[in-house]
Design a protein around this ligand. Structure first.
Ligand SMILES: [Zn+2]
Length: 359
């Protein structure tokens, strides 16, 4: 399938960063190193789409006509602008999809509007899929008895569409030396005619082990492809996530250091890490018997939902539906959050949790 602008070229290397060229059009390219791998997914799952969807809703009540089409377009531009600077790449790709739909598709005006309404809802729903993907495949505090590979397989069994993704890969010359992308060798230019190609190539090859420093990259055109690529790199590298001991949100464990708190602002401009370090009663799961008990109950309910018993046998008893599990899980998360924040004590948390599992 042909690639149309805007799109991104993504080079992976042996660091935990993604090297991304955003090609806005034939003339304009920006380069960014996005890291650490995993943050893009976690941040995506937390993006608030409510206002965006509200704005878009207003377009669905207007009958599309020649006269009001410019106004309808504006609704979509305004909606996507709400996501500007909120995420490392979501705005770029959603903006691109709108551009392509309005200016490079064969769709009728009505189809364009319908498609974009569908698209924004699709991405809002994809947050749920990726939250599940992270929790199930990469949070080591749940499903403790399974290896990461087993857990990834279980996630794929539950979400068969996930394994159907395809990414386009191409080759290009890139300044990668010793397995690392060398940003100091990138050049910015306004006019390709001004570039001394020979010099640029010499510079790239100066410390390359290859005759031609040719690297495979991914040509990424949609947000969905980008999320998939980043998630696969997490799986491949075994980059784990964890729930913050204070705010209960997922964060990426970028290295092997033991961490219990995230870097989000908790209150008064202080991060969970700063606040958490001062709060003695906020022990990690390993040291806290109430959180351990919480985890045990949580794992049991998780297994009932994901029917992990069926992984080993044909047993299907006690299965929870997705709706039941989500309702339960929302309640459980709230209890854990209240406990971590100190508004209920450990016994109260476990009591309420045990009662809630009786269905
Ligand atoms: Zn936190």
């Amino acid at each position: 399938m042909e690639i149309t602008y805007p799109f991104a070229k993504v080079f992976t290397d042996n660091t935990n960063k993604l090297n991304v060229f955003f090609l806005h059009d034939t003339q304009h390219t920006t380069f960014e190193q996005i890291g650490d791998i995993g943050n893009g997914i976690v941040d995506f799952c937390e993006l608030d789409f409510t206002k965006v969807l509200d704005k878009i809703k207003s377009s669905s009540t207007i009958t599309v006509s020649e006269q009001n089409f410019e106004n309808i377009k504006k609704i979509f531009w305004n909606a996507v602008d709400l996501l500007k600077d909120k995420h490392s790449y979501v705005h770029f790709f959603l903006n691109s999809e709108i551009l392509r739909t309005f200016y490079a598709s064969q769709k009728t005006k009505v189809e364009m509007v319908d498609y974009l309404i569908f698209l924004f809802h699709y991405y809002a729903n994809l947050q749920k899929t990726y939250s599940d993907a992270l929790e199930m495949s990469l949070n080591k505090e749940v499903l403790t008895e399974y290896t990461l590979a087993e857990r990834y397989m279980m996630f794929c069994n539950l979400t068969p569409t996930f394994t159907h993704h395809m990414l386009r890969s191409m080759y290009g010359i890139a300044p990668i030396s010793y397995g690392k992308f060398d940003t100091s060798k990138l050049i910015a230019f306004d006019d390709p005619k001004d570039v001394d190609t020979r010099k640029v190539l010499q510079n790239i090859h100066r410390d390359s082990n290859y005759e031609v420093s040719m690297w495979q990259y991914f040509a990424i055109q949609s947000l969905e492809e980008m999320l998939y690529l980043e998630f696969m790199e997490m799986i491949k590298r075994g980059i784990l996530v964890k729930r913050c001991a204070l705010c209960d949100k997922l964060f990426v464990l970028a290295d092997k250091r033991k961490r219990d708190y995230c870097d989000r602002i908790y209150k008064n401009n202080r991060t969970c890490k700063q606040v958490g370090a001062k709060m003695k009663f906020n022990k990690s799961v390993g040291e806290d018997k109430f959180l351990q008990e919480f985890q045990r109950i949580y794992n049991r309910m998780y297994s009932r939902y994901y029917r992990i018993d069926a992984w080993d046998s044909e047993c299907e008893t006690n299965k929870l539906s997705e709706k039941e599990f989500r309702e339960w899980s929302a309640l459980a998360s709230k209890l854990r959050l209240d406990y971590k924040a100190g508004s209920i004590n450990g016994d109260e948390m476990i009591d309420a949790l045990s009662k809630s599992t009786e269905y």
